[in-house]
Design a protein around this ligand. Sequence first.
Ligand SMILES: [Zn+2]
Length: 191
Amino acid sequence: MTGRTHDLIGFAAFLTAGVLVPSLSLNIETLAVSVVGNVVGSLIPDVDQATNKLWDMLPVGNIVGKFGRKAFYKHRTITHSLLGGFLLFKFLVFIIPKIFNPNYINPQIVLVSIMIGFVMHLIADSITREGLPLFFPLKFKIGFPPIAALRIPTGGIIEHFIVFPSTAIYIVWLLINNKEKVLTIAKLLHK
Ligand SMILES: [Zn+2]
């Protein structure tokens, strides 16, 4: 799937989690970092692709980007696996409290937001033709449905005209049907 679709699917899941399990310790600072974290988490698995937006977002852009873009020789390996997810999780648990002040920013919410983006990326890619090397370094790929020919091509008509719009519609539906909860969350931000 393309970065744009991953962003939207990751964000839809992020909102769903926010509505289903609203956190009372949410504040505006945590929300801002979590939204950015969710977008980054949705894009992380594709850092192995030179075209990934994350490389453009880097502050020192060109130098790091030039190296980073070439560091991965193959698309969809460890970054799309359980092992990659586990390493990312361990890294985040270590790094988040060192970057953000826990007096203002809830590290658990940030961690969960990034991981939601990551996990949703893998789930979304599992319905594409290329499949998912979930058990990397084992070489076989999985997907749903199991027959690759029945899955959708990345960046194709189905992704652009069905997956993307239906995710957008779902977000609108979610917000409309959970007005009360959304307002409660908005009030939390207002304190
Ligand atoms: Zn991917």
